[in-house]
Design a protein around this ligand. Structure first.
Ligand code: GDP
Ligand code: MG
Length: 178
């Protein structure tokens, strides 16, 4: 059986835990523990193949520099980099993370980064408070060969599930733990 390891990265409060819990349980519960980092595990079937999925939810420090990201780079087969469309500073953090993944990836492994790094603008339901345009997100993704999604963990179960399914599928085809 294949193992697939995903790291969900981004500033505190962007909705990393909300997205993961939504994907795994279909529910949006509103408040999520943030004091401990954790790895969620789930067995799922993709294209008729059984996979063991591990989802790394790094709390409270998403990315405290190159060292920790470097470790996650070695561990993970795929990345979901999340920002909050109503919080510009979270977009700057996501930009830095995407650049680091790019840089570390090129230096560390030969895997195809294009299909295993997903950039996600979360909290689309807060578009009346939007600070980051959809075009900016698309541009960052295009410049770094990432897949781009804008969605809402609160309101869009289907999109959240689709996004995770795609990154899991790509990572399982591409990953080193094949
Ligand atoms: P994390 O620190 O990245 O894990 O963020 P959390 O998942 O703990 O979410 C932080 C806060 O944002 C919580 O109060 C969530 O209820 C809220 N939140 C998460 N996703 C959404 C969303 O799509 N829309 C809205 N309006 N709030 C969200
Ligand atoms: Mg969290």
């Amino acid at each position: 059986m294949n193992d697939v390891k995903l790291a969900v990265l981004g500033s505190d409060g962007v909705g990393k835990s909300a997205l993961i819990v939504r994907f795994l349980t279909r529910r949006f519960i509103g408040e999520y523990a943030s004091s401990t980092e954790c790895i969620y595990r789930k067995r799922l079937s993709v294209d008729g193949r059984q996979l063991n999925l591990e989802l790394y939810d790094p709390c409270p420090q998403p990315c405290d520099g190159k060292t920790s990201l470097n470790e996650q780079m070695h561990w993970a087969d795929g990345f979901v980099v999340v920002y909050d469309i109503s919080d510009r500073s979270s977009f700057l953090t996501a930009t830095a993370i995407v650049h680091l993944i790019r840089e570390l990836h090129l230096g560390v492994t030969k895997r195809d980064v294009d299909s295993v790094v997903f950039l996600v603008g979360n909290k689309q339901d807060l578009c009346h408070m939007r600070e980051v345009s959809r075009e900016e997100g698309q541009r960052l993704a295009a410049e770094n060969s990432c897949q781009f999604y804008e969605l809402s963990a609160a309101e869009h179960y289907q999109e959240v599930a689709l996004m995770f399914s795609k990154v899991v599928r790509n990572a399982s085809l591409n990953g080193k733990s094949k």
